[in-house]
Design a protein around this ligand. Structure first.
Ligand code: FMN
Length: 332
């Protein structure tokens, strides 16, 4: 089966993309992902707070060095933090030189100036596209949904004006009307959507009575919000869609493609099983497609989207009622 697809206007040899994680944070990890068949990689996000911290550190070093000529020798270039923007911009440039697959940079900003600055630097370093990891949990109850949605549009607007490479938005499913928000961002010029991001709400450690935020890895059951919204939107947007969250086996990849995803991202499965797990995902997709007579990915993609008649308009509510009323509860 011909697995070629397009995402963010980039030609991909297959739909599997390694999403941002520690695995994509080193050249060795990126090479292993490319060898295992990844069609593109998203580098770990650069957080605006890190840019600010590194800029402050550089300023302090410059101040010191301007006072004492010999002080320059105490702080050689290599003494800057290994994880800061300096390191990540260098990784973009090195990844571009070393890999044949597209390199997507990820940015998580706070202020308009921060989003713009790193987007520009990432594009200059050679990123072929930028993913905006918008982490904006509106836990302040005075913040209304209009303000949250407007913030997303504003971020997209400032970044689109700053760079001329494709820009995608990695979104949370936590809007009151995700479809309408995504359509507005599509009209505002987003080139792609990552549906969905996975955030880490806190838990409570009952022994210490402290909040506890250890990240947990996703499971395959978590593909359902993505299936629902990709299925509802596929075929109605200008931008391309990458499915994200819950890919454990080839089954989840196939389901996301059937509802209309252009590409499929994975992190947890690769952290759990190693980068070579990608080979199994690709082989499983190939086997399934060929067994059902699909010659190309395009032939199967979106067959189960709402636009293709994959589910009737009244199914959402009707199915809900039937599910609840027909549930056979075991007697105690
Ligand atoms: C350890 C770890 C680090 C991550 N780092 C980033 C990051 O820097 N930027 C980002 O947008 N997402 C990050 N993610 C989220 C993943 O890219 C992905 O969206 C999420 O894990 C859901 O996909 P999955 O179910 O395939 O794991 C990280 C996830 C994990 C587990």
């Amino acid at each position: 089966m011909d697995l070629r697809t397009r995402y963010l206007g980039l030609a991909l040899k297959n739909p599997l993309i390694a999403s941002a994680s520690p695995l994509t944070g080193s050249l060795a990890g990126l090479r292993r992902l490319e060898d295992a068949g990844a069609a593109a990689v998203v580098l770990p996000s650069l957080f605006e707070e890190q840019i600010a911290a590194e800029t402050a550190l550089r300023d302090r070093l410059d101040d010191l060095a301007s006072g004492f000529a010999e002080a320059r020798g105490f702080f050689p270039e290599g003494s800057l933090p290994e994880t800061g923007p300096h390191h990540q911009l260098e990784l973009i440039a090195r990844a571009r030189a070393a890999l044949d697959i597209p390199v997507i940079a990820s940015l998580n900003g706070v202020t308009d100036a921060g989003w713009t600055r790193y987007a520009t630097l990432a594009a200059q370093a050679g990123a072929q596209a930028i993913e905006l990891n918008v982490y904006f949990p509106p836990t302040d109850p005075r913040l209304d949904s209009k303000a949250v949605e407007q913030r997303h549009e504003d971020v997209l607007g400032v970044v689109k004006r700053a760079v001329n490479i494709p820009v995608s938005m990695k979104l949370s499913p936590g809007f009151s009307a995700p479809g309408a928000v995504i359509r507005r961002l599509d009209a505002a010029g987003a080139d792609g959507f990552v549906l969905f991001n996975r955030f880490y709400q806190p838990d409570i450690d009952l022994a210490t009575l402290r909040l506890w935020r250890q990240p947990t890895l996703s499971s395959a059951a978590e593909i359902r919000p993505g299936l629902l919204w990709i299925g509802a939107l596929a075929g109605t947007l200008r931008a391309e869609i990458a499915a994200s969250t819950g890919v454990e086996t080839a089954d989840e990849v196939i389901k996301y493609l059937l509802v209309g995803a252009d590409a499929v991202m994975t992190t947890a499965a690769l952290l759990r099983h190693g980068p070579d797990h990608l080979r199994g995902l690709l082989a499983g997709l190939q086997r399934w497609g060929e067994a059902r007579g699909f010659a190309t990915l395009a032939a199967l993609r979106g067959r189960m989207s709402r636009a293709a008649g994959g589910w009737p308009d009244d199914a959402d509510r009707g199915d809900y009622i039937a599910l609840l009323q027909n549930y056979a509860a075991p007697l105690p």
